[in-house]
Design a protein around this ligand. Structure first.
Ligand code: F6R
Length: 615
C-alpha cells in the first residue's frame, strides 16, 4: 500500500503534490518522492524515511517550478526503503517518471528483457521496469496514454501507475488494476490520487476509475479508456466527506477501515508467491535448502496477536512438514535458556518489525547458531534486517493499535512458510501445495462475505456493553482464535475476557459460568475432523445447561449447533486449518463495536502503543 498523487493545472504542482502526499502518509511512510515537469525537462527528488526528509531535501535543493507533477509516499514491498528504491522511477534518459502502488508479479522477466536491450536499472523495485517500458513504447507511438495501455497489457499483478513524460508537459497518465485510483476534476485543473483525501481541499468532484482502465489527465478534463483502448464509461460522484474522514476512507476509525481492507490484504499477501513452474518463493531467503532440509525443530517467537498467529502456524507446520514446532512468547523465550542449535529454525512474527521482545529473542537464537526466518509487515525494519530469511506480509500500514489485517496476513504467511518447508523437504508434493494455495486464494472472497454479514454481530456487541466478562472457547486452531478474540476485547473494551481451550473447561474454568454470562464458541467444521466438532457441541451444551449465553461461530450449513446457540454467527466453509482466517473476523468486529458502545477510543486504546520498542 502506497500513496500516489498526480496533478496538472495552473498551480505550482509541487505544492499541490506535497500537500496531497501529507494526507496520504497514512498509506505508507518509509520513503517519498516527487517529479515535476518544468522548463521542457523532468526534475525529481526522492528520499528514504518520512515525508519530512523529502521536505528537507526540497528545502536544501529546490526544484524548478512547474504546473504538472506526480508524487509518491511508499510502503515498501520489492526492495527495502532506500533513496534508490523510493519512487518516482525514471527511464535512462530521464524523460519518463512513474510512481506505483501494488505488485508487478512478472517484473523479473521484464527486467531481464530490458537488460538484454541495454537498459540499466538502478533500483531493486518492480516499478522501475515500467518507466523503461513506457519510454520504449512512447518513442514508438508518441502518445502517453497509448504507451501506458501497451505497457499495462504486459503487466501481471495488481497496480496503480501514474506517469509523466517530459515531451508532454501538460499531461499525466494513470492506470489501474486491482489497486485504487481516483480522479479529481477541478476548474482548469485535474488530480489523480490513491484516495480523495489527497485532493479534497481543491475539489469534491471525483471519478472512480474502473478495473483495467487508463486515464489521460489534462487541465481541461480527463479521458478514460480500457487497457484495450476502447472508451470507458465514466462514473462521476460528489465527495461529501471532510478531509479527515477522507483519510480514513469514510470510516469512523482506522480499525474499521483496516478490518474492511482484509480481503485485499489477504489476496495481496498471496500475490506472486508461486513461480511459473509451480514452486513457492519467499522474499529473501539466505538459508540454503540443504540447511532447511536438516531442520529438526521449528520455534516460533512473537508477542500478542502475532503470538496467536504463531500458535495457529504450529498446526500447519507440524501437519504439513512433520517437524516438531514450539511456539513461545518472545518475552519469555531467552530467559528459560531454550535448547537451540544450528538445526533449529526460529520463525519471528512481527507486524512492526521493531518489537523489542521479539528482536531480543531472535538475537538470542542467532547467537546459538539457529537460523531465523521473519514474517513481517514492515519492509526494511529491524527484525527482517537481522533475520536470515524474510516473508513480508502485504497488509499495508496498520494505523490502529489493535492488530487486525496484519494478523490475517500473518496467518497467510505462516501457511506459506509451512508449505515452503514442505516443498524444500519433499513432504508436500507440488500439486498438494497448489491445492492449498488455491484454497488460500478463495479466502479473500470468504472474508468479504463475512464482512457483509456483520450487522447482527454489531447489534449483539452493543447489547453486551454493560457486561463485565466475556469468555471465548475453541478447539484445535479455534483455540488461538479464542485467545485472539479475548485479547481484542481486553485491549479495546477494557473488559475481563479470557480464551480457553474448550476441553480445559471441565478442569476449572467451568466454575466461572453463571446465568447469562456471554461465552463465544468457535466451532470447527463438521466436515473433516468430525470428532473435534462433536466434542465442542458437547461443550456448548455443558455451558448452556449452566446458564451461559452462547454466541456460536459456526460454518454455513452446520445445523447441529442451532439448538444450542443463543446467537449464531455464520462463516463460509473453509478447510479446517484455514478456518481462523474467517472465524477471527467477527471477533474483531465484535470487540470494535463493543468498545465503541462503551465510549472507548478505538484506534488508540488506553495504556497501549502500536510499536513496543522496550522489553
Ligand atoms: C494486539 C496487538 C499486539 C501486537 C504485539 C506484537 O492487537 O496489536 O498484541 O500484536 O504488540 O506487535 P508486532 O506484531 O508489531 O511485533
Amino acid at each position: 500500500m502506497c500513496g500516489i498523487v498526480g496533478y496538472v493545472g495552473a498551480q505550482a504542482a509541487l505544492d499541490v503534490v506535497m500537500a496531497g502526499l501529507k494526507r496520504l502518509e497514512y498509506r505508507g511512510y518509509d520513503s517519498a518522492g516527487v517529479a515535476i515537469l518544468a522548463d521542457g525537462g523532468m526534475a525529481a527528488a526522492k528520499k528514504a524515511g518520512k515525508l519530512a526528509n523529502l521536505e528537507k531535501e526540497l528545502g536544501d535543493r529546490p526544484l524548478p517550478t512547474g504546473t504538472t507533477g506526480i508524487g509518491h509516499t511508499r510502503w515498501a514491498t520489492h526492495g527495502g526503503p532506500t533513496d534508490a528504491n523510493a519512487h518516482p522511477h525514471l527511464d535512462n534518459a530521464g524523460r519518463v517518471a512513474v510512481v506505483h502502488n501494488g505488485i508487478i508479479e512478472n517484473f523479473a522477466c521484464l527486467r531481464a528483457e530490458l537488460a538484454e536491450r541495454g537498459h540499466t536499472l538502478a533500483s531493486e523495485t518492480d516499478t522501475e521496469v515500467v518507466a523503461h517500458l513506457l519510454a520504449e513504447e512512447y518513442s514508438a507511438c508518441a502518445d502517453p496514454a497509448e504507451a501506458m495501455r501497451l505497457v499495462c497489457r504486459r503487466l501481471e499483478g495488481a497496480f496503480t501507475l501514474v506517469a509523466v513524460h517530459a515531451d508532454e508537459p501538460d499531461v499525466v497518465v494513470g492506470a489501474r488494476r486491482n489497486s485504487p485510483l481516483v480522479v479529481g476534476v477541478g476548474d482548469g485543473e485535474s488530480f489523480l490520487a490513491s484516495d480523495v483525501a489527497a485532493f479534497i481541499a481543491h475539489t469534491r468532484s471525483a471519478i472512480e476509475l474502473g478495473q483495467d482502465q487508463v486515464v489521460e489527465l489534462r487541465r481541461d478534463g480527463v479521458t478514460v479508456t480500457g487497457f484495450d483502448g476502447r472508451p470507458a464509461e465514466v462514473r462521476s460522484y460528489h465527495v461529501d466527506w471532510d478531509a479527515s474522514a477522507a483519510e480514513m476512507g469514510g470510516y469512523d476509525y482506522f480499525m474499521l477501515k483496516e478490518i474492511a481492507e482484509q480481503p485485499k490484504a489477504v489476496a495481496d499477501t498471496l500475490l506472486g508467491r508461486i513461480d511459473p513452474a509451480g514452486s513457492l518463493t519467499l522474499d529473501e531467503v539466505r538459508i540454503p535448502p540443504g540447511v532447511l532440509r536438516e531442520v529438526d525443530k521449528v520455534v516460533v517467537v512473537a508477542c500478542g496477536t502475532a503470538f496467536h498467529a504463531g500458535l495457529i502456524a504450529k498446526y500447519a507446520i507440524e501437519h504439513w512438514t512433520r517437524i516438531p514446532c514450539e511456539v513461545e512468547l518472545a518475552s519469555e523465550f531467552r530467559y528459560r535458556d531454550p535448547i537451540l542449535d544450528p538445526r533449529s529454525l526460529v520463525i519471528a512474527i512481527s507486524q512492526s518489525g521493531e518489537t523489542m521482545d521479539t528482536l531480543m529473542a531472535l538475537r538470542h537464537a542467532r547467537e546459538q547458531g539457529s537460523r531465523v526466518l521473519a514474517i513481517c509487515n514492515t519492509n526494511g525494519s529491524t527484525i527482517p534486517r537481522e533475520s536470515d530469511a524474510v516473508l513480508y506480509t502485504r497488509a499495508g500500514p496498520e494505523v490502529a493499535v489493535a492488530s487486525t489485517k496484519a494478523f490475517l496476513t500473518q496467518l497467510v504467511a505462516c501457511y506459506l512458510v509451512a508449505l515452503y518447508l514442505g516443498q524444500v523437504r519433499g513432504t508436500k508434493w507440488g500439486d498438494e501445495i497448489r491445492a492449498v494455495v488455491r484454497d488460500l486464494a478463495e479466502i479473500s472472497g470468504a472474508v468479504q462475505r463475512v464482512l457483509e454479514t456483520m450487522e447482527p454481530v454489531r447489534e449483539l456487541a452493543r447489547s453486551l456493553a454493560g457486561k463485565g466478562t466475556v469468555l471465548f472457547l475453541g478447539r484445535h486452531v479455534g483455540y488461538p482464535v479464542a485467545l485472539e478474540g479475548a485479547l481484542k476485547l481486553k485491549e479495546l473494551a477494557y473488559m475481563h475476557a479470557e480464551g480457553f481451550a474448550a476441553g480445559e473447561l471441565k478442569h476449572g474454568p467451568i466454575a466461572l459460568i453463571e446465568e447469562d454470562l456471554p461465552v463465544v464458541v468457535v466451532v470447527p467444521s463438521p466436515r473433516g475432523r468430525s470428532v473435534l466438532h462433536d466434542k465442542i457441541v458437547s461443550n456448548i451444551q455443558e455451558i448452556r445447561a449452566r446458564g451461559a449465553r452462547t454466541i456460536v461461530i459456526a460454518e454455513e450449513g452446520d445445523e447441529t449447533v442451532v439448538p444450542y446457540a443463543d446467537h449464531l454467527i455464520r462463516v463460509p466453509a473453509t478447510p479446517t486449518l484455514l478456518q481462523p482466517l474467517v472465524t477471527t473476523v467477527p471477533l474483531q468486529v465484535f470487540a470494535c463495536e463493543l468498545a465503541t458502545a462503551r465510549g472507548n477510543e478505538v484506534d488508540q486504546p488506553r495504556n497501549l502503543a502500536k510499536s513496543v520498542t522496550v522489553e
